[in-house]
Design a protein around this ligand. Structure first.
Ligand code: MG
Length: 383
């Protein structure tokens, strides 16, 4: 394996215009913001990573502002000049900074990309090299689509029809108190057989258990993160009362969090967002635990641009990822994206994984510059 030496790291806070705004229990943001990380090696290889922090501390406490601070003051200096033979060496180099998983993930992802490119490997091959034999990439990921909170059940049904026609085989609906049982009832009445799941983004409390149990009759694939965003204990009290599998998302930040959740019986499915757990090194540990416990696993999304989407797609193509992932085709989110070619939906609700080295897609620098300028011009809060 060829090593890389980190020569420079540049940060680009960008604002992307979404094709359709996404409304969740957090509300709605006008732009999708993130930070792109561009890493150059001494040998002239470029690696890209994406920090999925948002403008406001909703899904995560990290924002673009905090991530720019943590990256530029602490994480980037910890990597400059370092020679690396594996991206799994990165977490130890960043251990002096506590927390800030989205920022850590971004620089680690750039190292994964640069090392894979330096060695002529696709990211999917690079991930599989850290797993036992039999875990090579399938070459594609099975995906679904997420639908935000709509003004009415009728409006939701219209979007579901459009997504099913596009070929998506799993429908996820965002819910919140007052937008849950009647929504599920209306959708099930119209579509008795679709693969359907709900995501509450922590909008309920354990006191809502009796209300939530009404959802058990709708044959849901799962309900995602009904209770507190950092809670494992109360989910362990809810799951035994509930036929529908609980999937944890926000609560799981590490392999040890997952071990605790499994010990307590807090979930029967895991949504792994590599950014939420500090990167692909921790994600690989979590993947191994899921395989060991036969825990159904899927990869979630944070509205990534093509940079983050390509890397997550590579991870989602590993065979231990057993349920459809929240990685939709590019045209669901951005037109155009900052990478080429776009990701398109294939047969059986799948997306093919790029086979070129690293993330396997080309970053379009003029689009990055335009999105960087949009951040500077349009976002009222800037670091
Ligand atoms: Mg979720």
């Amino acid at each position: 394996m060829r090593t890389i030496t980190v020569k420079s790291i540049q940060l680009y806070p960008i604002a992307m215009t979404l094709v359709e705004r996404l409304r969740t229990s957090f509300g709605e943001e006008p732009f999708k913001a993130c930070i792109l990380v561009r890493l150059e090696t001494d040998d002239g290889v470029t690696g890209w990573g994406e920090c999925s922090a948002e403008i406001a501390p909703g899904y995560s406490y990290e924002t673009v502002g905090t991530a720019l601070h943590i990256l530029s003051e602490f994480l980037v200096p910890a990597l400059l000049g370092k020679t690396l033979s594996s991206a799994t060496e990165v977490p130890a180099l960043l251990a002096g900074t506590r927390g800030h998983p989205l920022a850590k993930h971004a620089v680690e992802a750039a190292v994964w990309d640069a090392l894979a490119k330096a060695n002529g490997q696709s990211l999917a091959q690079a991930f599989a090299a850290h797993l036992p034999s039999g875990h090579d990439s399938r070459g594609y990921a099975t995906v679904g689509v997420s639908i935000g909170i709509q003004p009415s059940v009728e409006a939701t049904l219209a979007i579901i029809e459009k997504r099913l026609k596009q070929g998506y085989g799993r429908i996820k609906l965002k819910i919140k108190p007052g937008w849950d049982v009647e929504l599920a009832r209306g959708v099930r009445a119209a579509y008795p057989d679709i693969v359907m799941m709900l995501d509450a983004n922590s909008a309920y409390t354990l006191a809502d258990a009796e209300h939530l149990k009404q959802l058990d009759v709708f044959n849901l694939l799962m309900i995602e993160q009904p209770l507190g965003y950092n809670d494992i204990y109360e989910h362990s009290k809810l799951q035994p009362q509930f036929k529908t599998p609980i999937c944890l998302d926000e609560s799981i930040h590490s392999a040890n969090d997952l071990r605790l959740a499994l010990d307590l019986g807090a979930c029967r499915i895991l949504n792994l967002k590599p950014a939420r757990v500090s990167g692909y090194t921790e994600s690989l540990e979590i993947y191994k635990i899921c395989v060991e416990h036969n825990l159904p696993l899927w990869i979630g999304g944070l509205l990534e641009t093509g940079v983050g989407r390509a890397a997550n797609l590579a991870f989602a193509s590993l065979p231990g990822v057993t349920l459809p992932c929240d990685i939709s085709a590019t045209d669901r989110y951005y037109n155009p994206d900052i990478t080429e070619p776009p990701f398109v939906l294939g047969t059986n609700s799948t997306i093919a994984v790029p086979t070129k080295p690293g993330i396997g897609v080309e970053v379009q620098m003029e689009r990055v510059e335009a999105a960087w300028k949009r951040w500077q011009d349009e976002i009222p809060y800037r670091h």
